[in-house]
Design a protein around this ligand. Structure first.
Ligand code: ADP
Length: 337
């Protein structure tokens, strides 16, 4: 266990924000227990930035986080908070934290939550904030991993294995939509490990069904048919537009003369028992967040760089986007032939 430098940090708080992700509980547990181990009082804030503004802080004990490492979701609840987009509201939040004698805050969430945390710190004399990547999408620039990704990928692959039974039995083409918004990370990993024929990702605008994408889809299905494969699994990244996958199915029916089926995996990917990978990463990153606060860091995010836990300045990653792994997508197609 790392020794800590002398530091004025006595009380810290932790909240979850944005979409829930399996492993958030393991991260909360790590923050609470690592903090208490190092002599801190740790407060849980319920319902993200909304709870923070309402002063919903409660001191956490070692026992309050017992038996949660294996549970999906988050016991301190998470939330989206429109008011936090206002500077005045973020100043109120820091004022409240100071009034409650909180010296540092750990925010577990995705890039939106990071943006809020960074603005809150930057606008308020660098109030110490450390972010932990908690999102199934694995879309945070500067980190190779986000908590929840592995569980979500495994859930989706499990679903694809089941869908494949029907696809093969009925000689069907299935379009399986996975989460990830405009990020291709889940789609690429699920496509490769699920043995998909093709992976469709959004173009730069976030619209999945561009003409180019439709042409690629039709080509893929016709090629499979020529090779005597009458069933196909096409993994589609959800993108920004609603109904994108249904529109793709329509286009496919028209141009490739097949009767595709659509399976939207949706929220099942966000829940469930976190995998050992997610529990491990959450434990490592939650503890590292507290360690960073103890060492006087502020306005940083915990991440993974070249396989190791790292600290990255929030200002250096916000507004940047991870590039899709086109090699993985291409390999999926090669291996499906
Ligand atoms: P995630 O953190 O999973 O990406 P969201 O994008 O919904 O989820 O963001 C979660 C919350 O973070 C928002 O409801 C809001 O309270 C805060 N937030 C997001 N973006 C900003 C921003 N640009 N400025 C201030 N707060 C933000």
């Amino acid at each position: 266990m790392k020794s800590t430098k002398p530091n004025s940090m006595k009380n810290i708080a932790v909240l979850c924000s944005g979409g829930d992700a399996p492993g958030m509980n393991a991260a909360v547990r790590a923050v609470v227990r690592y903090g208490i181990y190092h002599g801190l009082k740790v407060y849980g804030i319920s319902r993200g930035y909304t709870g923070l503004l309402e002063g919903a802080l409660e001191e956490m004990s070692l026992r309050s986080v017992a038996n949660i490492i294996q549970r999906g979701g988050t016991i301190i609840k998470t939330n989206r908070c429109k008011a936090f987009f206002q500077k005045r509201t973020r100043a109120e939040a820091v004022h409240l934290l100071r009034r409650k004698h909180i010296d540092g805050l750990v925010v577990i969430g995705g890039d939106g939550s990071y943006a809020g945390a960074h603005l809150m710190a930057a606008e308020n004399e660098n109030f110490p904030v450390v972010c932990v990547p908690g999102t199934i999408d694995n879309d945070i620039y500067g980190s190779e991993y986000t908590i929840g990704f592995d569980t979500a990928v495994n859930t989706a692959v499990d679903a694809i294995d089941k869908i494949r039974d029907t696809a093969t039995s009925h000689d069907r083409v299935f379009l399986v939509e996975v989460m990830g918004r405009t990020s291709a990370e889940i789609a690429a990993r699920v496509g490769l490990s699920g043995g998909a024929e093709s992976i469709l990702i959004p173009d730069a605008s976030g619209v999945v069904y561009s003409e180019k994408t439709v042409r690629k889809l039709v080509r893929s299905v016709l090629r499979s048919a020529r090779q005597g494969k009458l069933s196909s699994i096409i993994v589609v990244c959800e993108g920004e537009k609603k109904d994108a996958t249904y529109r793709l199915a329509k286009a496919l029916k028209l141009k490739a003369k097949v009767e595709p089926r659509v399976a939207i995996l949706g929220h099942v990917q966000r829940g469930g028992v976190p995998t050992a990978m997610d529990r491990t990463m959450a434990s490592l990153m939650g503890a590292e967040a507290v360690q960073a606060l103890l060492e006087g860091e502020r306005d940083v995010a915990i991440g993974v760089t070249q396989g190791s836990i790292s600290r990255i300045l929030l200002k250096s990653i916000l507004g940047k986007q991870k590039k899709p792994d086109l090699k993985m997508i291409r390999l999926t197609e090669i291996l499906a032939s």
